[in-house]
Design a protein around this ligand. Sequence first.
Ligand code: UD1
Length: 430
Amino acid sequence: MRVLRVGGGRPLSGAVAVHGAKNSVLPILAAAILAGGVSVIHNCPALTDVDAAVAILRHLGCRVQREGETVTVDSSALTRMDIPDALMREMRSSVIFLGAILARCGQAELSFPGGCELGPRPIDLHLSALRSMGAEIDAACGGIRCRGRLHGAELSLSLPSVGATENIMLAACAADGVTVISNAAREPEIVDLQNFLRTLGADIDGAGTSTVTIRGGAPLHGGEHTVIADRIVGATYLAAAAATGGHVALEGLDRRWLLPVLDAFRQAGCTVSGGEKRVELRCDRPLTGVRPIRTAPYPGFPTDAQPMVMAAFCGGRGTAVFVENIFENRYRQAAELARMGADIRVEGRVAVVCGVPRLHAARLEAADLRGGAALVVAALAAEGESQIAGLRHIDRGYARLEEDLSSLGADIRRVDVDTDTGTERQRETL
Ligand code: UD1
């Protein structure tokens, strides 16, 4: 079994470049299907979710090459318009391929993404938008079949779903006429997708605001794009700096993308600064209590940062109340953090964290991606050496976790342990 061994108690210090954003690269790889030519995408992190997206592209008949962090996708000869169940299960967000395949092929066949670790993950907004654009959709027995020539439509989302906004943007590029999305998601990754689609020749604007307009039918071709930095990875390293009383600078990340996270740490006594390409956090004393942290769609506090920020507050000197408004099952890290001595009470959407003077090392298991990252943050702050299993979750979203944290002075390494004896095998993989 492969685990992370984390020796706690060292303040993190230094600067680190944040890798490309998982939530940008996935829709951008799906969008490459639209090009019907060669797209070159830089700053694609080595994540297992990216492996899954590449496997889907290859299954569809794309030629895909990966060289370092550059992925080249040639989508000129698409041969299929379906995604098999096994590939859908590898990555729930593969539903983002629906709009792209439909736009390119006039039909698409996927299995239902269903629930995930975070709770039910419906796609009703995706499907009703595509229906309004003229798609005939047969969603039964776990499968989704879509077909039809798409036309532009005025669409108002009942909530600003990231995935639905992206699916509509992709489908609308090939639709006849103009599509307007109201109450669109405003995440930086939506802007990144728009920028990539523009390099393909798409006529689209408004991303980053609540109204996105796509004038469909523009001739598309291959393009070249560099994916933005991952703000959630950035938030993880800031949380680790805050938890350990450290001083960390993140290179390549826009401070404005993390304002609610920075605000929480500032309230808790940290010094934060930065600009368009840099974010810095210094923490000289234990974190104090803060006003309630409520997750919300961008530009609100990101649900994806909630577990790691919660972990940072476990060893603080005050109370932090979290209200999770996006996903039902997003406190799975709490029980594991409690094994380290954290005082967390969860009731429905609310979690109350009362800081304790010290966390102690424990054997832990990640239950989901960001919950796993939260365990790493807590382990970095705890006394003694913790062991974290369930790395397949963490590897979905962190390409260089041990390398980056080690470069900041952390004691963290990935090792194989014998499951029967718990002893470390010789080969270290760092
Ligand atoms: C994206 C991110 C994920 C992040 C989430 C919220 C990617 C690959 N993933 O996920 O990391 O946690 O945004 O910031 O970008 N909903 C519906 N019906 C729908 C669609 C969504 O009810 O048709 C609900 C969901 O259940 C959830 C909320 O809307 O409660 C937000 O979901 P959404 O913004 O769609 O998240 P994802 O795109 O799945």
